[in-house]
Design a binder for this molecule. Structure first.
Ligand code: SAM
Length: 405
């Protein structure tokens, strides 16, 4: 700890006591509050922080569809853009894609307000990585629509993000309160039907444009029967226009399961693997039900495939929280050693698995949090200057940490 941080720790002492008292009072009074559920939002759309985004562009409302377990569709992660475009159970793809909500969202990109987006959560807004609208005007698929500032667009979504099944071998405390596996029964049937309905026009309807299928931000591709059935049966040669992006906790990314999806190997564009720790001890807290040694073994092997070019891109992910933030620099080293292209960080959001006050205790970036200065000090580490690191929605805190040096 440097002298400056020691001073501010001392200055914060009275604030700290108040902070804990307030949290415990909130925890007590919120005890019976209904949890909003994973992916839900607890503040009005837009959040408190508003970035000036005039002249910037977000591609998601022009290319992305996220399919959630109840059939609701979003043009982005619903934690970042909570406005639904409709529901696939009762609407056609075009009704949703060019419906009123999506037209308003696209209008908000053109006018630079991004008023449907959570400016305080979106890692691309917070990291300053949004491209310019001029760049978007050159895009081969939606460039013409952007040039003409059209809110209805001709291309269908070309990035299909399946978040329709929450089945996972892990039950991380930040994500859920119990293990969820839908092997059969109505929830499995629904997940299978919804994905079939979404994918039919792309896989069986003669769609020839390029598109990417992402599996999954909701559960695990290898723990979910609905997703496994897709991954192990789809023949990539029949769909050369399809790319596949995997997002997994990595524990079931075993040689056997990788081999089972061999007909898709050439289609796999991206593999994202979540760690949320850099040591076994912390992993056992943040990733309940996981297996550290297996994760490392699987990642090392995927790293070898990456170095041979058999995997095109591999990113390791870390969701920061009070239990693990001290391991962020070590995670950068570990990711590099295992052969990732990037180490990616984000902050843990309130997915309703704890009472809100308890969640806040796990957020060291919160003003007045007893570990805030330690968190800021950790962010001053020059290791985060490396382009290998993506700080996402933690970027603002690093800027603040460096400015307050
Ligand atoms: C829900 S998991 C599903 C995909 C896959 N099973 C995995 O582990 O990557 C997707 C990502 O969400 C992250 N996550 C879990 N709880 C979160 C929370 N409360 N806020 C933000 N991200 C969270 C996980 O760490 C993981 O990187």
């Amino acid at each position: 700890m440097n002298p400056t941080s020691q001073h501010s720790e001392l200055r914060n002492l009275p604030t700290r006591a108040t902070w804990w008292l307030r949290r415990y009072w909130e925890r007590f009074s919120n005890r019976f509050r209904k949890a909003p559920g994973p992916g839900a939002v607890d503040e009005p759309s837009g959040g408190a922080r508003k970035a000036n985004l005039k002249g910037r562009f977000c591609r998601n409302p022009f290319r992305q569809l996220d399919l959630e377990p109840n059939g609701a569709a979003f043009a982005c992660c619903s934690s970042w853009l909570p406005t639904t475009m409709g529901n696939i159970k009762s609407q056609s793809l075009d009704e949703m894609w060019n419906g009123h909500a999506m037209q308003k969202v696209r209008e908000s990109i053109y006018d630079g307000s991004f008023r449907y987006c959570r400016h305080d959560r979106c890692p691309v807004i917070m990291d300053g990585r949004l491209p310019s609208i001029e760049e978007a005007e050159q895009h081969p698929v939606y460039g013409e629509a952007v040039r003409e500032r059209r809110t209805k667009i001709d291309n269908p979504p070309i990035f299909l993000n399946l978040v329709s099944d929450r089945s996972c071998n892990l039950f991380c405390p930040s994500c859920r309160t119990e293990r969820i596996i839908h092997k059969e029964g109505p929830q499995y049937e629904q997940a299978a039907q919804l994905q079939q309905r979404l994918l039919e026009p792309y896989l069986d309807g003669g769609y020839e444009g390029e598109f990417e299928l992402s599996i999954t931000g909701s559960g695990d591709p290898f723990a979910s029967r609905a997703y496994r059935e897709l991954l192990y049966t789809l023949d990539g040669e029949q769909h050369p226009n399809m790319k596949v992006a995997l997002q997994t906790n990595g524990v079931l990314l075993t040689p056997r399961n990788w081999e089972r999806m061999k007909k898709l190997h050439n289609n796999v564009s991206t593999i994202l693997i979540s760690f949320d720790a850099a040591t076994e001890e912390t992993y056992n807290i943040t990733r309940r039900g996981g297996h550290w040694a297996t994760l490392l073994e699987n990642c090392r092997r995927m790293g070898e495939l990456r170095s041979k070019g058999e995997v095109k891109y591999m990113r390791f992910d870390f969701v920061a929280q009070a239990d693990n933030f001290r391991e962020m620099p070590a995670f950068v080293e570990l990711s590099r050693e295992l052969g990732a292209d990037h180490a990616y960080f984000s902050k843990m959001l309130d997915w309703g698995t704890w009472p809100h006050a308890e969640y806040l205790e796990k957020c060291p970036w919160e003003p007045g949090h007893p570990s805030r200065e330690a968190f800021m000090e950790m962010l001053r580490d020059p290791i985060f200057d490396d382009p290998f690191v993506i700080l996402g929605n933690l970027n603002d805190y690093r800027e603040e940490a460096l400015a307050g040096r």
